[in-house]
Design a protein around this ligand. Structure first.
Ligand code: CTP
Length: 319
């Protein structure tokens, strides 16, 4: 099974909430947690049968020429032209080549992080992965600020930066990217049609402002490979969420993976409301059929061996 190496960390933030609330069941289980190194190696080996994150984390310059036409990964009928800008931002070699870390944090975007005080702990990891350019400065105490690798779905341009409609949106975006220095900015540009304009605008801003971020664009086979791996665990995930993709990639680079902010449920263990994202007002789309993701299923899979999780998930997962 591919799920066992990460159980404690997934509930780190909820654990803190529980401790504050004085409940003892989870605390007991959490304190008893220790890494199972042979299982970690086995998970890595099994995932490597499907993908090699060092390679699949990004296409490289030599993969394409400007003007090449490719088919979208999840919509094969539609195509995308590799523009000059995009080509110039493709890395020469994998941004994760030869990179290994003892401990990594993968930070999901659940509101469970609010008031968790997890910031210091997150920043203490050797490598910190974040999702969708989530803001950090104003939430530093709960989420930390270190960002070695950060993803950005093209939809973020619309959701968080006003579709770059005016100069101040663009400035806000450039400021956010300037904070990243030479972190990896991971843009899934080849998944589905719809975001290509946004990707082009982002690329143009990076080039124009000579930003130092190290851009990466996931390989065309990544999603299929990740889906294939999780199918061997009998988990059918049509479209893996960013968090699950990051966990799966991280198994290649990290001896220990600590998950934070993975809590796809509208309530915490005490019944207190939990925001979908810690930083905006998006609602719980994934409980409806409109959502491409199955985050509660992913959560259940990642935390599978803990019976308590199963009870909790079956009580709340209406998706
Ligand atoms: N996440 C979670 N619980 C939530 C919100 C997010 O577990 N309430 C985790 C998921 O693993 C998710 C990751 O945090 O993938 C990042 O959140 P988000 O930016 O919402 O993820 P995406 O998967 O990119 O979602 P979308 O495709 O809707 O943009």
């Amino acid at each position: 099974d591919g799920e066992l190496s990460l159980s404690r960390s997934m509930i780190n933030s909820s654990d803190k909430i529980i401790r504050k609330g004085g409940s003892s069941i989870f605390q007991h289980a959490v304190e008893g947690w220790k890494i199972n190194s042979s299982l970690v190696l086995e998970i890595r080996k099994n995932i490597l049968r499907f993908l090699d994150a060092e390679r699949d984390v990004s296409v490289v310059k030599s993969s394409f020429k400007p003007g090449d036409v490719i088919h979208y990964v999840l919509d094969r009928r539609r195509t995308l032209n590799i523009s000059q800008d995009l080509h110039s931002l493709l890395p020469e070699v994998s941004p994760m080549k030869n990179r290994r870390f003892k401990t990594c944090a993968v930070v999901g975007n659940s509101g469970i992080l609010l008031d968790s005080g997890c910031g210091k702990e997150i920043d203490s990891h050797d490598f910190v992965i974040r999702c969708n350019l989530a803001p950090v400065v104003e939430f530093a105490a709960d989420v930390g600020t270190k960002s070695d690798f950060i993803t950005m779905n093209p939809s973020v341009v619309q959701r968080a930066f006003g579709g770059f409609r005016n100069e101040s949106d663009r400035e806000k975006f450039v400021r956010r990217l300037s904070m990243l220095n030479d972190s990896v900015l991971w843009i899934p540009a080849f998944m589905v049609k719809g975001g290509e304009k946004h990707v082009e605008w982002v690329n143009a801003l990076i080039l124009k402002n000579k930003l130092k971020v190290r851009t990466a664009y996931p390989s065309l086979r990544l999603i299929h490979a990740v889906r294939g791996y999780w199918l061997t665990n009998k988990v059918h995930i049509k479209r893996p969420s960013t968090g699950l993709l990051m966990y799966t990639l991280a198994t290649r680079f990290c001896d220990e993976i600590h998950l934070y902010g993975f809590w796809p449920f509208p309530k915490d263990l005490h019944g207190k409301p939990v925001k979908y994202h810690y930083y905006d007002d998006l609602k719980y789309r994934y409980f409806s059929n409109a959502s491409p993701h199955r985050m509660p299923l992913e959560f259940k899979t990642l935390g599978h061996y803990w019976d308590l999780f199963n009870i909790f998930v079956s009580d709340t997962d209406s998706g």
